[in-house]
Design a protein around this ligand. Structure first.
Ligand code: HSE
Length: 307
């Protein structure tokens, strides 16, 4: 039996919505698993950017998430030795586009299909397992459902709410610098508590962001994507972060923000401005001698899919 799954990339936070807002985008990873009952050795095939970088054994996130799902489903027939796993990475690995969330969601979906699709069809159990593994919901939830989501998780994740917002009629310009910034490190540097003024600032921006998307009034995004909870601190590790935001806006973007925990930066704009915005952002980073990969992306509406 062979199973093939596609999972979209994601951009999280959208500025002030730290650990809450996330959107699925049109760059994808593909995951394949074949069950070979009498095999004694796993075949792990990696393709794309992850070819030389991802681990091929038990430490691989896709396998770990499959294992977690087999446990939830009470299934112990599948071992690493009797699976052929193929991972084709189209999502850049160096941070900001949800590549680990995609591996987690891909692993859960592979295990679910191998086990006869026992998890509920609404994908809500897939999201629950993924949130438990990842810890925060804002990348895994849009990777599961697609679209633009606001998510809340209480305690260990036993209570969670997912709100689906209208998909923006916009393009997302993503610029991914060549240096890496691990999410773990990028979370460690954040302060343990935030002052009341900054909290009020972020609440007001999240209100603007929500209204902007619900009404399709994107002129609110410039202010609505401002943040004082995480970008301030992360910006110290990302050369010219604020200047790249400003450059994107001057070139025609409605708003710009650090994509997830960075170092990628995202800007939302109309289709006709997208190329200008992309060129301006890349040029500004080049002035800092930082080479950048960039993509003009659509919003993915489907989330994780069996293909
Ligand atoms: N909300 C997360 C963060 C996204 O900013 O750390 C990265 O996974």
């Amino acid at each position: 039996m062979k199973v093939k799954i596609r999972v979209p990339s994601t951009t999280a936070n959208l500025g002030p919505g730290f650990d809450v807002f996330g959107a699925a985008l049109s760059l994808y990873n593909e995951f394949e698993a074949e069950y070979v009952p009498n095999a004694r050795k796993t075949s792990f095939i990696l393709e794309g950017e992850g070819k030389k970088l991802l681990p091929k054994g038990e430490e691989n996130f896709v396998w770990q998430s499959m294992l977690e799902t087999f446990k939830v489903l009470g299934e112990d027939k599948y071992k690493l030795e009797n699976l052929n796993i193929r991972i084709k990475t189209g999502i850049p690995l160096n941070g900001g586009l949800g590549s680990s969330a995609s591996a987690i969601v891909g692993g859960i979906a592979l295990a679910n299909v191998l086990c006869g699709k026992e998890l509920d069809k609404s994908k809500s159990q897939v999201a629950d397992i993924a949130i438990k593994i990842e810890g925060h919901p804002d990348n895994v939830v849009p990777a599961v459902f697609g679209g633009l989501c606001a998510c809340s998780k209480d305690g260990d994740g036993d209570h969670r709410t997912v709100l689906h917002l209208p998909i923006p009629k916009l393009k997302a310009v993503l610029c991914i610098p060549s240096f890496e910034l691990r999410t773990k490190r990028s979370r460690q540097i954040l302060p343990k508590s935030i002052g009341l003024k900054d909290v009020v600032f972020n609440i007001s921006r999240v209100a603007m962001l929500t209204v902007a998307f619900c009404r399709g009034d994107y002129s609110l995004l410039k202010q609505g994507m401002q943040d004082k909870v995480h970008q301030l601190y992360r910006g110290k590790m990302i050369p010219a972060m604020n200047e790249v935001f400003e450059t994107a806006i001057s070139a025609g973007a409605y708003g710009a923000f650090l994509s997830g925990s960075g170092p990628a930066i995202a800007a939302f704009c109309n289709e006709k401005e997208a190329l200008n915005v992309q060129k301006a952002m890349v040029k500004r980073w080049k002035e800092e001698s930082i080479s950048v990969k960039s993509h003009i992306l659509d919003f993915d509406t489907k989330g994780v899919l069996e293909i």
